[in-house]
Design a protein around this ligand. Structure first.
Ligand code: ME8
Length: 518
């Protein structure tokens, strides 16, 4: 079972393009694993507690629970629109999650892994954490990334993070698949050095923050939002759950194959706190998850932010260009792990070139000519003509390259591999000119073979592209009158998917061109 999760999004506002990217990326990976013949379970959800949500709710004059629920609905609606087809939905207000968090806290407290101490220091409201001198810049100040910084003097509960630092360092050093891509590992090792002498404050006094999970051993406090949120990956996988909870069987899911998350939350939360928490609860090295860390979408080289006013609304884009156009762009124009610039003109250009012109044209002309020149009846061909053999080789190379790229979560490279075969096929049509062959009675066999090679390619592409644009691929399969292809797995993708004597359906453009208005 391939268990995949995403970060759970803060419900202090509506979803933006970064949220949409991450959820679509995880959805594409999940659909790909199923296509590869594996079972998969996809968990995503929302992070509803914490000061950010409480503060924004207060500004709007609503209670945090109502406010979080209102925004949660926007996320759910967007995922439905974008075809993000998750299996499990995590909401941190869920009583089953709360019970799991409290269970873990009680255990760690009983075992002496959590202790109380007085602490005077500086606190970043934006990052919801205490700052140490290590966070000061060369002038001794806390930089703008920390937002408003307040001095606080209060008693709190601490998790003995430092006790796990030695284990964590050796774990990270000996598991090069813990952080994907690997170029981010040094960042994690540096952060472990910093964590080695600081414990993690896991409580917030209720006089400051009421919106959170109450500490089971001291009702004057709520749980720090990150300690609560990280646990979603196990609580919603059924960890410590009652048999009638409706949650999955934990042992069949855990460990997660990948937690998908953005680069801003790798350190310290996912690569330090989370493995240390799991280690403290008693999870072994074999039970540690891997982290797939994606980059950020920027806007004209700048960070997307409410204060700059450059936040991109995925809902409006899906309305304007279609949900699958957006899905395609999001996993096509960024290399997983790196940053990219979001550019609506490129979205239109990539769609018009790769889907409308190249693939759309291939399917249309293959179906149209097969109807016109063959009466819609296909004859299986494995011709030994040189160009036909080259086409079959191109398809096999593309399928291999696609699989290799997808296994590394490199969706952009996977799509480039498929597009290379589509281009080959369009070139094949130009070279073999079926419209000329149709005029010559002696070329009937070759005509049938050329069109078969094109139609068969459309069938394979409709399967391989289905994790990214599932709706469009279903349409292609319906026009091919091959609805069964939606159940085909990659190991079953052999030449000859279209059987001898098969009657294809009516062609209808699947990827209409987007007309750009000035
Ligand atoms: O961090 N491009 O929530 P969040 C790509 N609740 N990804 C982006 C992005 C951008 N411009 N902006 C944000 C949180 N993201 C916590 C997570 S998990 C236990 C708790 C990504 O709503 C970001 O990197 O601020 C993160 O992975 C996700 O969106 C949610 O961000």
């Amino acid at each position: 079972m391939f268990y995949i999760t995403t970060a759970i999004d803060y419900t202090n506002g509506a979803p933006h393009i970064g949220h949409a990217y991450e959820k679509v990326l995880a959805d594409v990976i999940t659909r790909y694993r199923r296509l590869a013949g594996e079972e998969a379970y996809y968990l995503t959800g929302v992070d509803q507690h914490g000061q950010k949500v409480q503060q924004t709710a207060e500004k709007e004059g609503v209670n945090p629970a109502t406010f979080a629920q209102r925004n949660t609905k926007k996320f759910i609606k967007l995922w439905e629109k974008l075809g993000v087809d998750y299996d499990g939905w995590a909401e941190t207000v869920d009583p089953r999650h709360k019970a799991c968090v409290q269970n873990i806290l009680t255990r760690l407290h009983d075992e002496g892994q959590i202790y109380k101490k007085q602490y005077k220091g500086f606190y970043s409201v934006r990052q919801e954490q205490f700052l140490t001198d290590k966070e000061r810049d060369e002038h001794g100040n806390f930089g703008p990334e920390w937002g408003e910084v307040e001095e606080r003097d209060e008693e709190n509960y601490y998790f003995k993070l430092s006790e796990h630092a030695d284990w964590l360092r050796s774990y990270v050093e000996s598991h090069d698949d813990f952080v994907i891509p690997g170029f981010r590992t040094p960042e994690v090792l540096n952060a472990i050095d910093r964590a080695a002498d600081t414990d993690l404050c896991i409580s917030r006094p209720k006089e400051r923050l009421r919106w959170g999970i109450e500490l089971p051993f001291d009702t004057d406090y709520v749980t720090y939002v990150w300690f609560d949120a990280l646990i979603n990956y196990i609580s919603f996988a059924g960890y410590l759950a009652d048999d009638d909870s409706g949650l999955p069987d934990f042992d069949s899911l855990w460990p997660a194959n990948i937690h998908v998350l953005g680069k801003d939350i790798l350190v310290p939360s996912h690569s330090i706190y989370w493995p240390a928490m799991l280690h403290a609860i008693g999870f072994s090295d074999e039970q540690m998850p891997s982290l797939l860390v994606h980059g950020w979408w920027n806007i004209k080289g700048e960070k997307m932010s409410k204060s700059i006013g450059n936040v991109i609304d995925p809902d409006a884009l899906a309305e304007q260009f279609g949900p699958e156009t957006l899905r395609y762009y999001l996993v096509r124009d960024i290399t997983t792990g790196k940053d990219a610039d979001f550019d609506a003109d490129r979205l239109v250009m990539l769609y018009n070139t790769e889907l409308a012109n190249d693939l759309g044209n291939l399917c249309n002309r293959a179906l149209n000519m097969s109807k016109r020149f063959l009466g819609g009846t296909m004859q299986v061909s494995t011709s030994d003509d040189e160009d036909a053999s080259a086409l079959r080789q191109s398809l096999s190379d593309a399928t291999n390259a696609y699989q290799k790229a997808m296994a590394k979560y490199d969706t952009a490279a996977a799509l480039r591999a498929l597009n290379a075969h589509v281009s080959f096929c369009n070139g094949f049509a130009e070279r073999n000119r079926p419209w000329e062959l149709a005029k010559d009675d002696d070329q009937k066999e070759k005509l049938a073979s050329v069109l078969y090679h094109m139609i068969e390619s459309c069938a394979h592409i409709s399967v391989l592209l289905s994790p990214v644009t599932p709706g469009a691929c279903t349409k292609i399969q319906n026009q091919l009158r091959m609805p069964g292809l939606s159940e085909t797995t990659i190991p079953e993708l052999q030449w000859g998917l279209i059987p001898d004597g098969h009657e294809i359906g009516k062609p209808k453009p699947v990827f209409p061109r987007i007309q750009i208005e000035e």
